[in-house]
Write a protein that binds this ligand. Sequence first.
Ligand SMILES: C[S@@+](CC[C@H](N)C(=O)[O-])C[C@H]1O[C@@H](n2cnc3c(N)ncnc32)[C@H](O)[C@@H]1O
Length: 269
Amino acid sequence: MSGFSADWLALREPYDLRARSAVVRDAVVAAFAGHPSVTIVDLACGTGATLRALAPHLPARQHWRLADNDLGLLARASGTERPVGVRVTAIPLDLNRDLEAALDGPVDLVTASALLDLVSADWMERLAVESAVRSIPIYAALSHDGRIEFDPADPADADMVAAVNAHQRGDKGFGPALGPAAADAAIRRFESLGCAVIKGTSDWVFRPGDRDIQFELCSGWAGAVRETGNVPLADIVGWLTRRRDAIQAGDSSIKVGHVDVFARPTGTR
Ligand SMILES: C[S@@+](CC[C@H](N)C(=O)[O-])C[C@H]1O[C@@H](n2cnc3c(N)ncnc32)[C@H](O)[C@@H]1O
């Protein structure tokens, strides 16, 4: 168990899919156009959302090596429906300890989604250096960048958002997380290593009808803020009550900022 439930991943997947930057995805697809086959390592695959998002756009023959330390999620990912010609190998492993092992062997592309904001600066450095040394392009989607906007606005929003983003910087299993700074840090580091970087926003946009995910998110944020101790409990409860009332009334929209990145070592592929 990783703390990321299959139900939560299923709830967010359609919004993730809609949010992914088409510019970044198209750059990934263009990089492999005309290739007879492609081998992909998907880091922290969860139930296989990146495979489902990307496989229809890549060459017909694909081998996906799916890496995660949650065996339940990995089993679901291995069983995911996939187009003919798409082969899957599950790799149960702790990416904090064994990132380098996950990248061993022939790899054309590394993918990740909703991962970079969980990792530490040290781990990001390992990923950037390993992929540069091995000349492997990386497509890292859906890193939260700290932007959260509510409509209607609430007087407690600013304190809540600040505390959510503080919580994002806590240890998520890789050391102190980069959280909202992750995408910028990745872009800077990939560029400094000589990669060509394509980036684009991939914001979640939840409309008034998207009640279930808004309820889940606001409840999750309230719990996270409580863990920080940065906002008085009564203020958290008041905020959550007002938010839930607005969501229930069909009067709530939320936008959550994300960034997608495609980093490609230049002159090598
Ligand atoms: C936010 S989920 C994203 C899952 C999937 N990429 C997606 O977009 O739906 C984060 C994933 O990271 C995995 N994870 C967290 N820490 C890990 C670790 N140390 N080693 C391997 N996987 C890890 C979790 O099990 C989970 O599947």
